[in-house]
Design a protein around this ligand. Sequence first.
Ligand SMILES: [Zn+2]
Ligand SMILES: [Zn+2]
Length: 250
Amino acid sequence: MKLTIIGCSGSFPGPDSPASCYLLEAEGFRLLLDLGNGALGALQRHIGLYDVDAICLSHLHADHCLDLCSYHVVRTYSPRGPLARVPVYAPADAPRRMAAAYGMPDEPGLETAFDFVPLRPGVREIGPFQVSTALMNHPVETYGFRVAHGGHAVAYSADTGESDGLVELAAGADVLLCEASFLDQPGAPGGLHLNGRQAAEHAARAQVDTLVLTHLVPWFDHARIAEDATRGGFDGKIDLARSGAAYPLG
Ligand SMILES: [Zn+2]
Ligand SMILES: [Zn+2]
């Protein structure tokens, strides 16, 4: 299994990265976790435009889902199209919300390009992957993911405040992609996002090998977020996410 970070910018695209998107590949199958704004462009540096086999959307905030509208254009109107529908695992409201974002009526919405499957907490097979989902601590219905294959696992926090569910989901994973949207300073609202220290605390409790700090918001100094993470009691490897960085596992 191989993880490639396509987009790791928090809340909106930054100068060096699109918003959230992570590519997981195994046995020739390509799964995307989130498809935030700008991600479809950078994705084409790594795989062909038509090579996406399944998409998981953690939640329906724009920075995690909006390029699904652009990808609908690709699958529906390309000179090669129309192409086979791609399964999209997403919160139940996704068909209606994505159709509205595109400016389509609810029927058929984006269903010509995508086969929407409502997410629930639990475990399912997607291609060669075993994908576990759990609700995170965010103001809207939001799922964290654990993607396992061949004895290795990548966990992804999506957007979340402090969450025991995230610790459980990430337990023993090779890599935890954990959001660190805030600076570690007083006054941050609860139940929304984590800071670098809290991300490291979750990584320590979950006993993961590598913590990748992600969902990095352009208006903050990311070196400061990495420094905050050194105070979280985590003694594994800590990386700052970077668009284009790849993690081969096994
Ligand atoms: Zn976000
Ligand atoms: Zn969000």
